[in-house]
Design a protein around this ligand. Structure first.
Ligand code: G6P
Length: 743
């Protein structure tokens, strides 16, 4: 309505102005036409009366002439008629206008051609025509027409013109408003459907053209704009949320309608081991487990994993489930049992001798065996069956973890087409050339593209993945939205940098830092003020432990004042020891530690303490809190959560983190001393800098890093993925309602 008024009023005003300008022009034009008509009329009258008039004049019958004139002036428009025999003669004039015509003024009169009569209040038109007779060769006939009818007509014309323009304005306005309303509605509904993404999604699903052609050029721009707005809003929302177990739970309930979550990983979060006749529960050294466990405690649900502990079978129920954490059960582990052959081929073989070295640049050749691949396929299928049997709905949310399950997303999708599958790849993704050497590269990619969302730690790994897909399989890659469309299904490839629980569980930091310092030093028989460095890793060749030891050796060479005053404790959790490369690596690490220790005075505290054994998280935190520095020297690492855990452990704002530039964490923690682990001299200098760093600087750096980890904790990591999954499910529900199926 407002729009209509805004349009109609100006239109009426414009047309009124036009009418105002046009009316005088029309007036002048019609006046000219009337004058010409009157001239012609006068000539006609003159010609008609010429004969009888001249006869009367010649006969000298002036009365008859006046009578003739009186008869003629009965015509209502002919106001007066007169005859002048000469300029000095007295005019013979019809009765109505006797006093007005004077023969001596005729020429001036004829020129002015009009005059006003008081009686008529209107203009008069005067025609002076020659009418010579024998007696009066200069005779002239004067015809005076009343032009008041022209004035009336002109006013009428003006009035009609005004009505005409007003009518025109109304009609134009009405038509315009109706057309505008109709097309506005059409556009709005078109825009709305585009904004909901129906146009493009429908196109993708069915190949049809649902949106009007005029929308096509703007559809992509519009969707990009909406995505940007959405992500801005999400970023704002994300920032406003205090990310905690509670906020994660509330997202799950509000955004995902309380759906249960199913997590699938190879490594289980709690391993039951029979040790000395007793069952002990261990928490494995795995970044994946560190990140996912608090999420499951917050959200409940089921975690499906390989039951690898020696007492695992003893504690499960008849459905192979066990509730955990043991002290306060919050979710359940569903254990999947693997035979020795399956474990050998799927876990040790294809996963850890094939994909692991393939994805890490650590200069260890991948080994691919057909027998391993066969087991990998079989075990993925076994886990897919477990997922299907654990899901209570047709569209569960399944969080598939890591390179052990590249085929799982597609296998789940085949049975549960409506499942929301979020796959997170915890390790780096190589460039297409490197990935190309995998003999089953197409199958691996196709399997992963069964996911709704595919997450990596860094944008660099997302780019590598999308490039690899683009290079090797027939999929449609959209680099604007970072999606891959394959087999009619859409996979969003996203960056979700993983993190840790924040604030850390109270029991992790309950022992005061001074106690941790003195306990650990006492444990290792070190003096109270002895400088202590710590490294916590699985005994894996990607962690750069030998490079780290080399750097410590260089430090002692370059700065011998640290000999006997600095000790580096390396906690090395045994891992994948069935693999030759790992056995070799372990002996290399042990030899190197011994060699370096033996190089320096054996009466002094050793430069390196190597602890190749499993440590529970609480023990690890005690080392973090006791140390002056933590050294993470991975040769290649998706994220590396040890770096973030060290920061989380230091609520005293002390301690220095030395961090490899080849970890995902280095992008988030620039306040650490960032090093190239291949450069021993640079690492030695960083060690020296860390050992001599003033307390103020330690505090400043540590506070910044703690701020980052606090803000981007693991609840936010999971929350972002769940929010994205929720948005996808909403969209898919919308499409289902319209009968277009899920994309
Ligand atoms: C890496 C992998 C995880 C794995 C962990 C421990 O962090 O990304 O999937 O659980 O190493 O390795 P393990 O082979 O002992 O499970």
């Amino acid at each position: 309505m407002k729009l209509s008024l805004r349009f109609v009023l100006p239109l009426i005003l414009v047309l009124a102005a036009i009418a105002y300008i046009v009316a005088p022009l029309v007036d002048q034009l019609t006046l000219r036409w009337f004058m010409r008509d009157l001239d012609m009329r006068s000539s006609l009258i003159a010609r008609t009366i010429q004969q009888p008039l001249l006869e009367q004049l010649d006969a000298g019958k002036k009365n008859k002439v006046v009578a003739l004139f009186n008869t003629i002036t009965k015509d209502e428009r002919l106001y007066a008629i007169g005859y002048c025999a000469s300029p000095t003669a007295k005019a013979l004039v019809s009765r109505s206008f006797q006093h007005l015509i004077h023969c001596e003024n005729l020429d001036r009169w004829a020129d002015s051609n009009e005059l006003l009569l008081p009686s008529t209040q209107g203009p008069l038109h005067v025609s002076v025509l020659p009418m010579a007779s024998t007696a009066a060769p200069e005779g002239r006939l004067v015809l005076v027409h009343d032009m008041s009818f022209i004035t009336h007509r002109s006013e009428e014309t003006k009035r009609y013109l005004f009505y005409f323009f007003m009518g025109l304005a109304l009609v134009i306005s009405l038509i315009t408003v109706i057309i505008a309303q109709l097309s506005w509605r059409g556009w709005m509904s078109g825009m709305r459907s585009l904004l909901r993404g129906e146009g493009l999604l429908w196109q993708l699903a069915s190949g049809e053209q649902p949106s009007p052609p005029e929308f096509k050029p703007i559809a992509r721009d519009l969707q990009r704009l909406v995505r940007e707005l959405e992500s801005e809003t999400r970023a704002r929302d994300e920032e406003q949320i205090t990310w905690s177990p509670e906020s994660l739970r509330s997202i799950l309930h509000s955004e995902l309608r309380g759906e249960d979550i199913i997590v699938v990983s190879n490594r289980e979060p709690y391993i039951h081991q029979r040790i000395d006749g007793r069952i002990e529960v261990q928490r494995p050294a795995s970044g994946l487990v560190t990140a996912l466990e608090p999420i499951m405690r917050a959200c409940s649900g089921t975690w499906i994993a390989h039951g690898s502990g020696t007492a695992d079978r003893e504690v499960v129920d008849r459905f192979d489930r066990v509730a955990v954490p043991p002290e306060t059960p919050a979710y359940q582990i569903r254990r999947v049992w693997l035979s020795k052959e399956e474990e050998k081929g799927y876990y040790y073989g294809f996963s850890n001798e094939g994909l692991w070295p393939l994805c890490h640049i650590a200069h260890v050749r991948p080994t691919f065996r057909t027998s391993d691949w066969t087991q990998y396929v079989a075990v993925n299928r076994k886990f897919a069956k477990a997922v299907v049997s654990e899901s209570r709905t047709k569209n569960p949310i399944v969080l598939v973890q890591d390179y052990h399950f590249a085929l799982l997303p597609k296998m789940i999708r085949e049975v549960l087409p409506d499942a929301t599958i979020i796959t997170f790849w915890h390790i780096p993704w190589p460039n297409p050339e490197s990935f190309a050497i995998c003999p089953w590269r197409d199958e691996v990619l196709e399997g992963m593209l069964g996911s709704s969302i595919l997450g990596f730690h860094t944008q660099f790994h997302c780019n590598n993945f999308v490039d690899t897909v683009d290079r090797f399989i027939e999929a449609r890659v959209d680099r604007e939205s970072f999606t891959v469309s394959y087999g009619g299904k859409l996979t969003a490839v996203r960056r979700y940098p993983i993190s840790i629980e924040w604030p850390p569980a109270p029991e992790m930091v309950q022992k005061p830092v001074p106690d941790c310092r003195s306990n650990i030093r006492q444990l290792h028989k070190l003096p109270a003020e002895h400088k202590l460095g710590v490294g916590v890793d699985r005994l894996d060749y990607t962690k750069g432990i030998t490079e780290r030891f080399h750097a410590i050796e260089r430090l002692l060479e370059l700065n011998p004042e640290w000999v006997g005053r600095f000790t580096f404790v390396q906690i090395a959790a045994p891992t994948r020891s069935g693999i030759e490369e790992y056995q070799h690596h372990e002996s290399q690490v042990r030899d190197m530690a011994m060699r370096i220790n033996s190089r320096f005075d054996s009466n002094l505290p050793p430069p390196i303490v190597l602890k190749v054994e499993h440590h529970e998280p609480r023990e690890v935190y005690e080392y973090f809190r006791a140390a002056d520095l933590c050294f993470v020297s991975s040769l290649h690492d998706g994220m590396n959560l040890v770096a973030k855990e060290f920061v989380a452990a230091r609520d005293d704002d002390r301690g220095v983190l030395i961090l490899s530039q080849f970890t995902g964490a280095a992008r988030e923690l620039p306040e650490a001393l960032i090093v190239n682990p291949y450069d021993a001299d640079q690492c030695a200098a960083a060690l020296h800098l860390a050992l001599t760093m003033p307390a103020d600087e330690q505090r400043d750096r540590m506070r910044l890093m703690r701020g980052l980890v606090a803000e981007f904790n693991v609840f936010r990591w999971a929350g972002r993925m769940l929010l994205d999954a929720a948005a996808m499910r909403r969209r898919s529900r919308l499409l289902d309602k319209n009968g277009h199926g899920e994309i």
